[in-house]
Design a protein around this ligand. Structure first.
Ligand SMILES: O=P(O)(O)OC[C@H]1O[C@](O)(CO)[C@@H](O)[C@@H]1O
Ligand SMILES: [Fe+2]
Length: 192
């Protein structure tokens, strides 16, 4: 069989979610100063020199056309800022009417979703579970476990990422650790 150069294949390690063939994009605490609600706890981490790696993911160099699919793995590491679990920044798609699908490979956590009307959904990530993000929903991965949360994702390649709204308002709900267990609470800073 002739080897075409069209085929795009990437090998991801099922345990770490990482690939030896590609570089990840990394987000450290210093990239997330507007995202966690307990700004004092974040400040203390930074002052103590703990600029921890919160998550990393692949943004493969694929054509950003409406006919192509962007895919990769996202790895959110275990940890908390204050009592709020490590999470991704979260974003709307610039092409708002585009969805996404996630497949949890290992770890445990949630996918938090919210639309511009303030309607929200939350779905549990457990290994083997696929989660659908409907068009118009912002989405954020949250690690509530003690191991890395490894997911595989796919979305329309030209969807783009709009961080502005989430940076300004945050999500309506937060996921925090209370008595050693995850709890979904209202975000005191959120308004419609
Ligand atoms: O962009 P965020 O919210 O930091 O999330 C990290 C990455 O996870 C994904 O949502 C996975 O699809 C990427 O598109 C995104 O850039
Ligand atoms: Fe997305």
């Amino acid at each position: 069989m002739t080897q075409t150069n069209l085929a795009n294949a990437t090998l991801f390690d099922l345990k770490t979610g990482l690939s030896k063939e590609e570089k990840t994009k990394q987000r450290h605490l210093s990239d997330m100063t507007k995202m966690f609600y307990d700004t004092k706890a974040l400040q203390e981490e930074m002052e103590a020199g703990h600029d921890a790696l919160v998550y990393e993911y692949y943004d493969l160099d694929l054509p950003k056309t409406d006919g192509d699919i962007q895919y990769g793995t996202s790895i959110v590491y275990p940890g908390t800022v204050g009592d709020e679990y490590y999470m991704t920044k979260g974003h709307y798609h610039e092409v708002l009417e585009t969805g996404e699908v996630y497949f949890c490979i290992s770890g445990e956590g949630y996918l938090l979703m919210e639309n511009p009307e303030g309607e929200w959904e939350i779905e549990k990530f457990v290994p083997g579970r696929a989660v659908h993000v409907p068009p118009r929903y912002a989405h954020r991965s949250i690690n509530t476990g003690k191991e890395p949360l490894v997911t595989f994702f796919a979305f329309r390649a030209d969807a783009g990422h709009d961080y502005g709204t989430i940076e300004a308002k945050g999500f309506r709900k937060l996921v925090v650790e209370r008595d050693g267990k995850p709890e979904i609470i209202d975000n005191p800073k959120w308004q419609k």
